[in-house]
Ligand binder design. Sequence first.
Ligand SMILES: NC(=O)c1ccc[n+]([C@@H]2O[C@H](COP(=O)([O-])OP(=O)(O)OC[C@H]3O[C@@H](n4cnc5c(N)ncnc54)[C@H](OP(=O)(O)O)[C@@H]3O)[C@@H](O)[C@H]2O)c1
Length: 347
Amino acid sequence: MQDLTIAVVGATGAVGAEFLRIVETRYPSLPNLKLLASSRSAGKRISVGGKELVVEEATEKSFDGVDVAFISASSEVSHRLAPAAVAAGTVVIDDGSAFRMEDTVPLVVPEVNGADVEWHQGIISIPNCSTTPLVMAAHPLHQVNPIKRIVADTYQSVSGAGSGAMADLREQSERLLDADSNTSKSGKGQIAYNVIPQIDRFLDTGYTFEEQKMRQESQKILHAPEIRISATCVRVPVYISHSASVHIEFTEPMPVAQARELLSAMPGVTVLDDPETGEYPMPWDVAGEDDVFVGRIRQDLSHPNGLVLWIVSDNLRKGAALNSLQIAEELVSRGRLKPKHTSGVTG
Ligand SMILES: NC(=O)c1ccc[n+]([C@@H]2O[C@H](COP(=O)([O-])OP(=O)(O)OC[C@H]3O[C@@H](n4cnc5c(N)ncnc54)[C@H](OP(=O)(O)O)[C@@H]3O)[C@@H](O)[C@H]2O)c1
């Protein structure tokens, strides 16, 4: 990874900042980094691993000499810049929903379907930040006892909506601290002291786009279109880490002890589950962690083949930046990503 030239589109955003924090700790001798954002940020300086780097405006011409580009901005930006990057011989790892469901684009969580990077045609997508922890927990269980149905209810932090939403929570909380909660209705977009049962736009089905993403993306990553999935995605006044209460129906009964064993053996998953001592994962503690945490593992008393899990993960790390970097590492380990100056790939 250290030999690569890496472009980070959205370097000034919530995911971009986390990405740079991970890069500086994971690769102390830094790769060659090119920080890109909108014209608003051009000229801004960001310190990465003790080096001061200057942000440039991202344009279609930004990718000459770039081996891999991580795009964490918006679907519009991805649609505009990814084809230009691919044309320049750059592998694109895209964080948004722009390409995830396209047949020619692998949607990858390396611990689950790392081999899918093999068939990329220039662009690889990472899933939505609630889908990733769900498939990380579902995969090892599904391997031994096929899953028939999943019902997932999420509790998603404001950082999932970017740095602007984090600032909103701070400002609203300060403003409401002394307010009389009985005297006013919540305003549009009020997240402080509130929960919002809508993330992204509503679809004709009555579900939101976020809920549809969890269903479709999980099926694609698990290579299991037959699994029936229903999600309710809710924004909660938490800064970092998404949580989910997940009910899974298997083909056969799944004993709790077996589920615990399978989840404990899954790379990137930590089981934190001790009802006697009150141990279970919570977003405050999981923020900054790489692993997906699973607790409250219990039999679903409403179904003989049912299991209930509580899953928490840092949406900015495994839900976004870390997963992107792991995809690049997967490509490198498979010999599918090399520095252009040594591989002879034209720019
Ligand atoms: N947050 C999460 O947990 C999460 C998880 C998975 C995926 N994602 C996806 O990652 C993407 C970024 O999310 P975020 O939370 O980091 O959002 P954010 O904090 O709002 O940051 C947005 C970034 O995009 C840049 N940008 C905006 N317009 C641009 C343009 N025209 N050209 C180039 N860059 C532009 C911004 O640059 P300026 O500072 O110059 O405006 C900023 O760096 C989204 O697609 C999101 O769906 C987020």
